[in-house]
Design a protein around this ligand. Structure first.
Ligand code: RB5
Length: 148
C-alpha cells in the first residue's frame, strides 16, 4: 500500500519505528516528518497526510502524536478523511470494517512499537465491509455538506 506517515515531536520516536515496520512489510512509505524531537505543531502533519489521503496520493495515512488524539481531530477536518485513534487491534480492525477509516493515529507516548505492530497490521489487513456500512459512511461525508 502507499502509506503517508507523519508525526509531531511527541510521536517522532514511534514514527521512526513504525516506518521500519511498514517498510519491512513491503509498503511504499512516504515520511512527511517531523524529523526530530524539536517541538512542532501536529496539525501541520495531519494536514499533509490528510490531504494526501483525500486526494488519492496515498491509500492510507498513519499519524503519531503524544496521544493520537490531536492528530485524529486535525486530520478529520480534511474532507474525505476518516481518522481514528486506536491502540487495540480489534478497534483498528472494526474501524476499517465498518467505518472505512483511512487514517490511523497512534499514541506515541502511551504504546511501544511492539504494541503498535498488531494494531497497524489489523488496520492495514482489513477491508471495508460495505453494504449497510456504506450508507452510514455516506451520511458521515454528507455532514460536511451541511456546513457549506
Ligand atoms: C504535544 O505535547 C501533544 O499535545 C501532542 O503530541 C498530542 O498528544 C496532541 O493531541
Amino acid at each position: 500500500m502507499r502509506i503517508h506517515l507523519g508525526s509531531d515531536h511527541a510521536g517522532f520516536a514511534l514514527k521512526e519505528q513504525v516506518k521500519t515496520l511498514l517498510e519491512e512489510r513491503g509498503h511504499d512509505v512516504t515520511d512527511v516528518g517531523t524529523d526530530g524531537e524539536e517541538s512542532v505543531d501536529y496539525p501541520d502533519y495531519a494536514g499533509i497526510v490528510g490531504h494526501a489521503v483525500a486526494e488519492g496520493t496515498a491509500d492510507v495515512g498513519v499519524l503519531v502524536c503524544g496521544t493520537g488524539l490531536g492528530m485524529a481531530i486535525a486530520a478529520n477536518k480534511v474532507r474525505g478523511v476518516r481518522a481514528v485513534q486506536a491502540y487495540d487491534p480489534e478497534m483498528a480492525r472494526m474501524a476499517r470494517l465498518h467505518n472505512d477509516a483511512n487514517v490511523l493515529t497512534l499514541p506515541g507516548r502511551h504504546i511501544s512499537a511492539e504494541q503498535a505492530a498488531p494494531v497497524i497490521d489489523a488496520f492495514l489487513g482489513t477491508t471495508f465491509e460495505g453494504g449497510r456500512h456504506q450508507r452510514r459512511v455516506d451520511k458521515i461525508e454528507a455532514l460536511a455538506d451541511d456546513d457549506e
